[in-house]
Design a protein around this ligand. Structure first.
Ligand code: FEH
Ligand code: ZN
Ligand code: ZN
Length: 348
């Protein structure tokens, strides 16, 4: 079969022939319906070098996957060939308390994980191929009725990541609160939907691109701004002078982090979701009092079940553009050029 593989750091991915996977004991082979192209993949291609991450190439890209059960390894129960499933992407050890809670993202026994801190498309072979080997059946989540793998794939990362960040912030998002989403791309447009579906917050969206701002408006943001308009004072005025209760920075560069800190409320939260590589000076008088500044990494398996439930009821729907596997390199080029609205989904 063909697979889009990252062969070495700082390189373009290439389509090559690889053997179809066979499931070992406890493993499952999934026939891929959709594999999302994540902005993080661009960082894997262009920014990381050997030794910066605990895993590395060569591997098949695609860490945002859904498809159908194709083959069950010995000992696998609870799944049937042909069943539509989402792939929970972070693959931990399965035995530590974090993995037992479905938070493989924060596995504390990385030495026993299939790959330390990674998963399919992140050090092991991912979904940009016809078939994908999943090392444990627990990583598969049956799709609820009404969802198909092509539309469900982006939910496993582009929705799950902001959902985890919003869910953690629910106590700070009662009626009267304000959430700011910086960057209305693959994750940001779903962050707006998740805020609308699960909180009472007013939503401010910021993006450099007119088409992304139009999408934010369509998704129900209450105030949509271009960076030039989005001074902290404009956002603070919108909140009646209090500031934003929660800021989700889906870009994560110096300018967006500075904007997020400047428009945030005391006792607020600034969550860095984007891998833009920005930094934020932290000092006693440099930030609003008791502002929590945190990163976030993906989400938990139970949260993926909740995301799929929201989507099955029409409360979440990823804006997606499908590309055949042969055009996956082009999809990444268009992603890098900022030419895509929403998420690119590869359909092998
Ligand atoms: C991928 C690689 C490294 C850090 C974060 C990510 C996210 O895209 C996973 O959702
Ligand atoms: Zn990702
Ligand atoms: Zn673990």
């Amino acid at each position: 079969m063909k697979a889009l593989r990252l062969l070495e750091w700082k390189s373009e991915p290439v389509l090559v022939d690889v053997a179809e996977p066979r499931p070992g004991h406890g493993q499952v082979v999934v026939r891929i319906g959709g594999a999302g192209a994540c902005h993080s993949d661009l960082h894997l291609m262009h920014d990381f070098a050997a030794g910066q991450l605990p895993w590395g190439p060569p591997f098949t890209l695609g860490h945002e996957n859904a498809g159908w059960v194709h083959a069950l390894g010995e000992g696998v129960t609870g799944l049937e060939p042909g069943q539509a499933v989402a792939v929970y992407g972070p693959w931990g050890c399965g035995t530590c308390p974090r993995c037992q809670a479905g938070a493989d993202t924060y596995c504390e026994n990385l030495a026993a994980a299939p790959v330390p801190g990674g998963g399919g498309g992140l050090g092991l072979d991912g979904g940009m191929a016809e078939f994908m080997l999943v090392p444990a059946a627990r990583h598969l989540v049956p799709l609820p009725a009404g969802l198909d793998p092509v539309t469900a794939a982006p939910l496993t990362d582009a929705a799950l990541t902001p959902y985890h960040a919003v869910r953690r912030a629910w106590p700070k998002l009662p009626p009267g609160s304000t959430a700011v989403v910086i960057g209305v791309g693959g994750l940001g447009h779903l962050a707006i939907q998740i805020l609308k579906a699960t909180t009472a917050a007013r939503i401010v969206a910021v993006d450099t691109r007119a088409d992304a701002r139009a999408l934010a408006t369509d998704e129900g943001a209450d105030l949509v701004l271009a960076p030039g308009e989005a001074g902290a004072d404009v956002i603070r005025d919108f909140t009646g002078g209090r500031g934003a209760d929660v800021v989700l920075d889906c870009v994560g560069n110096d300018a967006t982090l500075a904007l997020g800190a400047a428009c945030a409320r005391t006792l607020g939260e600034l969550t860095i979701i984007g891998l833009g590589g920005g930094t934020l000076p932290v000092s006693f008088f440099g930030l609003p009092y008791e502002l929590s500044v945190q990163t976030t990494y993906w989400g938990t398996r139970p949260e993926l079940v909740e995301v799929l439930d929201l989507a099955s009821r029409g409360l979440l729907r990823a804006m997606a553009t499908a590309f055949p596997l042969s055009e996956a390199p082009e999809a990444y080029h268009r992603l890098a050029a900022g030419e895509l609205v929403g998420r690119a989904v590869i359909t092998p």
